[in-house]
Design a protein around this ligand. Structure first.
Ligand SMILES: [Zn+2]
Length: 164
């Protein structure tokens, strides 16, 4: 989760197809319960820009101001996850597994905010100047859901939404 930025517009159907392809890459097409940590610990990942090398880095809570983020390098992507989020995800907390799924979605769909990052976006809220289909955060959230990585994750999203 990071500030939102403008990305290539994609329809929800397109994102669903991308999610399906990602599930296939990780050989979890038929699983209703997917260990996202294990996916993120795989040394390579399929992305819409081609296959890239992937690193999973657990960062001390005091050294990171977000729950997780994707750091884009040259042909490689590092997912940095706050230590407590990693621990909680391992123990099956829905919100923390959602964070991992969300970062995996960024890895799959985006190349990083360097091109068109705009300031003024806070958290992973979608600012008004971005239309949903070209918002990095919208796409990451949508793929997170359409991946259906975890039934419990989806249940916890709807529970969270109903409390808003
Ligand atoms: Zn995000």
């Amino acid at each position: 989760m990071a500030d939102d930025y403008k990305v290539k517009p994609r329809t929800d159907e397109e994102i669903r197809a991308i999610a399906k392809r990602q599930r296939k890459y990780f050989c979890v097409e038929r699983q209703s319960l997917v260990d996202i940590r294990r996916c993120l610990m795989t040394p390579t990942v399929w992305t819409v820009f081609g296959e890239k090398s992937l690193s999973y880095k657990i960062v001390d809570d005091r050294e990171i101001d977000v729950d997780g983020r994707a750091v884009y390098g040259d042909g490689s992507i590092t997912v940095e996850i706050k230590s407590t989020v990693n621990d909680n995800a391992q123990f099956g907390f829905g919100r923390d597994r959602q964070t991992l799924a969300h970062e995996l979605a960024h890895v799959t769909l985006h190349e990083g905010p360097t091109m068109s990052r705009q300031s003024g976006a806070v958290g992973n809220k979608i600012p008004k100047y971005l239309r949903p289909f070209e918002s990095a955060e919208h796409q990451a959230n949508w793929e997170q859901v359409s991946l259906r990585l975890l039934r419990s994750c989806i249940r916890s999203i709807s529970r969270w939404r109903s409390q808003q």
